[in-house]
Design a protein around this ligand. Structure first.
Ligand code: ARG
Length: 583
């Protein structure tokens, strides 16, 4: 479709003389209604410029374009309707172009080089040491990972950073709590639960005995000053937590380029504080130091506490400067829940006030909505959190039960249950616009019929099974139906059924959808696309027998199935979803 679209935009641009083709490309729409064509140009925007009514423009364009496009390979017919220029593409163009493009490109179908030479830094996941990894961190992990993969697919150099919450007063609290109530044996065996228990107990006790807070602050200050004993305890907490987090990353198949958490900046903050002072941005307030942002309608950003210890902000400003210098990024993303909107607005403002001109366009907060588990909140407070590991394990268990009923003969059920269970959770996290709050409900997430991960994966498995069957029954002696064989035999005139045409159109949209997902930082555009493609495939599968007598038709349909298989798999890999061949 790409090629037809640029060619058509080129023609229209030539007819309009002062509107560049790029602008026309941006204006061209894909109508939802089939009767409105494959591509449509709304002429309303042009109306002012050309001083003609939209309908007049559409009608004139239709006439001249018809003459210009006569005998071309793309356009079947053109209509002018209520201010729109509707273009209907030739079926043979659509089929030939789309199918051969996909069969030839294979796993590169949809990839681009628009990001070549550009670097994007993505700060995501970033859980807090000594606290459980909760479902909010899962969302950051899943969204960040998808943005990482989408950008890489488009040619960017993606750099994934896990900005672990491994520094700050909470470690003073933990050290105090550990010394008072810590239990070695429990720490050995329960590890992270014991740490959380200590953290919760500290808060309970500190309500009665505020002196504990002072002690905690003193401990953290010692840490910042490099006290060996304090740092040894801290390192222990970090190791325990990291081992726990790693289990989840392995399960999700997520990797990072750097685990440079907040502690990484401990020895890098001093010059930054000095720079803030030199630039007269730091102001003293009752012994603490802060950057005032009243002018911008924001609370001040706190940089140093009364006792001289640093804060979340201090480390983020330092990290921003460090990353710019180290990676010279073109874009830096921060993926967190929207509760941190203010924090990032302050951060970008502070770096801007330091005289750097890049924050404005290059630093982007990517906020997302909260997750609740059927009425229950999933945030850390008082210890009654639902842990991500439990959610994942439960999901995998439930998938296994479903498989036992649906497909008891399946080989390696455990592996498939893991891929589908994890996939269901990933898909659910990405299925709505990221800013929306989402409710996690096992019934919805696991439904094989809803707009879910299992539904999309099931569709993929179906394409695999059709192609497997074709080898056995129809192509004896061939080990698999490979793309080049299908391309060789492909006759584009054979795909005439409305459900086939619908799939072709859907397939053609994949590259654009990927670009849109990156431009809007919205992985849900990919999940939406995958559902649309899966649904289009299932309608075809329902209506059209594939292994038919007519050899040419059979080959064309198999080619179409192969294209769906390739495109689904490419789409899955953009969001970190596995593609089991049987389920
Ligand atoms: N650790 C923080 C949290 O759990 C998220 C960190 C996000 N990244 C950053 N550079 N501030 O809320």
């Amino acid at each position: 479709m790409d090629m037809a679209k640029s060619k058509i935009a080129q023609w229209i641009s030539e007819l309009l003389t002062d509107t560049p083709a790029q602008e026309i490309i941006a204006m061209l729409e894909y109508p939802k209604e089939e009767s409105l064509g494959d591509l449509s140009l709304p002429c309303f925007k042009l109306s002012k410029k050309l001083r003609k009514s939209p309908m007049q423009i559409a009608t004139e364009l239709k006439e001249t374009l018809e003459a210009k496009a006569a005998g071309d390979e793309f356009i079947d017919r053109i209509e002018a309707v209520s201010g729109y220029l509707n273009l209907f593409l030739k079926q043979s163009y659509l089929a030939g172009n789309v199918v051969l493009t996909i069969l030839n490109a294979g796993e590169r179908y949809g990839s681009r080089d628009i990001g070549t030479g550009k670097t994007i830094v993505i700060d995501f996941s970033s859980p807090n040491i000594a606290k459980p990894f909760h479902v909010g961190h899962l969302r950051s992990t899943v969204i960040g990972n998808a943005l990482y993969r989408i950008h890489s697919f488009l040619g960017y150099q993606s750099i994934g950073i896990n900005h672990l919450g491994d520094w700050g007063t909470q470690f003073g609290k933990l050290i105090v709590a550990y010394r008072l109530w810590g239990d070695e044996a429990r720490l050995e065996e329960g590890a992270i639960d014991e740490l959380l228990g200590l953290y919760v107990k500290f808060h309970e006790e500190a309500e009665r005995d505020p002196g504990l807070e002072d002690e905690a602050r003193a401990c953290f200050l010692k840490m910042e000053q490099g006290d060996g004993e304090m740092l040894a305890l801290w390192q222990r907490f970090v190791d325990i937590s990291l081992a726990e987090f790693q289990k989840i990353y392995d399960l999700l198949g997520v990797e990072f380029d750097y685990f440079t958490g907040e502690s990484f900046y401990n020895d890098k903050m001093e010059p930054v504080i000095q720079e803030l002072k030199d630039k007269q941005l730091l102001e003293e307030d009752e012994g603490a130091w802060l950057v005032r942002l009243d002018q911008y309608n924001m609370a001040p950003a706190l940089m140093l506490k009364k006792d001289g210890s640093t804060l979340y902000h201090t480390r983020d400003v330092t990290a921003a400067l460090y990353r710019k210098q180290t990676y010279s990024f073109d874009k830096a993303l921060y993926v967190t829940d929207y509760a941190q909107n203010l924090h990032f607005a302050q951060l970008f403002k502070v770096v801007g006030l330091m005289g750097y001109d890049w924050p404005e366009n290059e630093m982007i907060h990517v906020p997302f909505g909260r997750v609740t588990l059927e009425g229950m909140s999933l945030s850390t407070r008082k210890g009654n959190v639902v842990k991500l590991e439990e959610v994942l394990e439960q999901t995998i268990k439930k998938v296994k039960e479903i498989i036992e009923v649906k497909n008891p003969q399946l080989q390696n059920k455990d592996e498939v249950a893991r891929q589908v269970g994890v996939g269901a959770v990933i898909f659910n996290d990405l299925s709505a616009n990221r800013i929306k709050d989402i409710v996690f409900s096992w019934d919805d997430v696991l439904s094989f019929e809803g707009e879910t991960g299992p539904y999309a994966q099931y569709c993929y498995a179906r394409t695999c099974s059709v192609l497997r069957k074709a080898v056995g029954d129809q192509l004896p002696g061939k080990a698999r139906v490979d793309a080049s064989l299908l391309a060789e035999q492909f006759d584009p005139t054979k795909l005439q059924h409305p459900t086939e045409i619908a799939i072709l159109k859907e397939l053609a949209l994949f590259p654009e959808r990927t670009v849109q997902a990156a431009a809007k930082l919205e992985p849900s555009i990919v999940t939406r696309y995958l559902i649309d493609l899966a649904q289009a495939f299932n309608r075809f599968y329902h209506d059209c027998p594939i292994l038919v007598e007519d050899e040419k038709l059979r080959a064309a349909r198999l080619a179409l199935v192969k294209c769906v298989q390739i495109t689904l798999k490419n789409g899955f890999s953009l969001i970190g979803l596995q593609a089991p061949e049987e389920m």
